[in-house]
Design a protein around this ligand. Structure first.
Ligand code: 5GP
Ligand code: ZN
Length: 118
């Protein structure tokens, strides 16, 4: 599924219809602070185009998926956590903790992160 979903909060953030603390945006993606941060830096990176989850990513989405990772490293640099280290996570499906069904990449940093995650 691709495009814009009327009842999707991340689609509304992408269009500017829902407020968010945006740290970076371009024609393909938006990066903004998570409303319920799990680390001193907790940033979400979303494609502007709606996709429910990574399960819905198709061949034509490869460019934006690649770009999301590049933007993660760019934003990590921008906020000053690139050298000390950070983590990127994509929760996929309810059992993995996905609660918002618009694909998003979590960028977490600013504290030590344990492994394995819970
Ligand atoms: P998930 O659990 O789906 O992997 O991650 C969803 C994330 O979105 C959660 O960390 C949650 O705090 C965040 N979130 C949910 N609604 C909003 C919102 O309206 N604004 C922002 N900035 N973050 C949100
Ligand atoms: Zn959406």
């Amino acid at each position: 599924m691709s495009g814009y979903e009327l009842d999707c909060v991340f689609c509304h953030i992408a269009t500017g219809d829902h407020p968010a603390e945006i740290l970076y945006q371009d024609d393909q993606v938006v990066a903004f602070k998570d409303i319920n941060p799990q680390a001193p830096w907790h940033i979400l990176i979303i494609p502007r185009e709606h996709m429910d989850s990574l399960n819905d990513a198709a061949a034509q989405d490869e460019a934006v998926l690649r770009h999301m990772l590049r933007v993660a490293s760019k934003v990590a640099n921008q906020v000053g956590i690139a050298e000390e280290g950070y983590r990127v996570v994509i929760n996929t499906g309810p059992r993995a903790g996905q609660s918002v069904f618009h694909l998003h990449l979590h960028l977490l940093g600013g504290r030590p992160l344990r492994w394995p995650p819970g």
